[in-house]
Design a protein around this ligand. Sequence first.
Ligand code: PLP
Length: 363
Amino acid sequence: MHERVELLKLRGEAVIDFSIAISHFPAPAPVRAAVRAALDEPLLPYTAVGGLPALRDMLAAKLRRENHIDAQAHHVIVTNGAKQALYQSLYVMTDPGDTVIVLRPHWPAYVATAQLLGLHIVLADQPDVVDAAFLDALPVAKVLMLNNPHNPTGKVYTPAELGAIRAWLRARGSACIVDESYEKLVFDGEHHSLAACPDWETLGITTIFSASQSYAMMGWRAGFACAPAVWIKAMEALQGPITAAVPALTQAAAAAAFAIGAVPELLADYRARRDLVVGLFAPVPWIAMAAPASGPYLWGDVSALTVDTVAFAETLIDDYRVAIMPGEALGCPGFIRIGYIADDEATLRRGVAAIIALGDRWA
Ligand code: PLP
């Protein structure tokens, strides 16, 4: 959908793009300053594949301080965004044919990556509360894939849920990849890391982080993974021949970004937009949409409409030049996802008005 938007824009058409979440904020000032300073340094042609030693040290310190994960530099690999961390961790943790459990709705990259690696994907519906009963009903799997805070629902896992997942991992012997890329975009509640436990390495928990959303740095491609040391070594062996290290300038940017913590003005701005859009949809009878506790997306249940959500999204872009993500792309037909952080208020209002006008046709 986003590519379609880009094509329409190339043809000179005005499109409102809610299909992904592109922040209207620039990267934080300390990030831009760090990159400007790095430009004047005699940069090495290549850095160590897993990242500059000082950056890995700094990220390990961040993990200990903020996430309460007992990590050292050898537990960290710096990657080109969360996507490379995801591919590499799933690659080293599985063999083709292994089962991976993905909870839906899900970020499309989880399924696409598992498909690339020839894995057997089991989709399970994410419950409102993850507890022992839910976990015990899951099939035997090599890896459980989690996303906390969650795209697109905004769910933030509670300490009790994380405790239940750790207990299940101990009993089952499955490993886990948890994508915590939205850790700094929490509006309500508090983010806790799954790997904040003394036995995270023996439980086989890999945690993925990204600067893309937390610091409005989508195009910078800055992310990292924290994993048991043996998997980090294997990921380095994989990353070396594919991309070598992340660009040195991006590493300078990552060092500045991950030192910041949350960005208050970004959070306040997103929260105001979230409340605006949820308020605009509130009187509409055919959509159910809760204010998400985190993240740059709104997730609406439009199963009351007499149209499938792919057709809804197609008609919306054809007739109104507004792009959304149909739930089918995230494993959940009957839902739509709206990225609400790109536009000014007037544009947000126009886009929402178009969605409501189209939905009224099929209500
Ligand atoms: N993880 C999830 C669940 C996301 O939705 C996104 C961005 O949309 C990311 C991670 C960021 O990925 P990357 O760091 O590759 O830009």
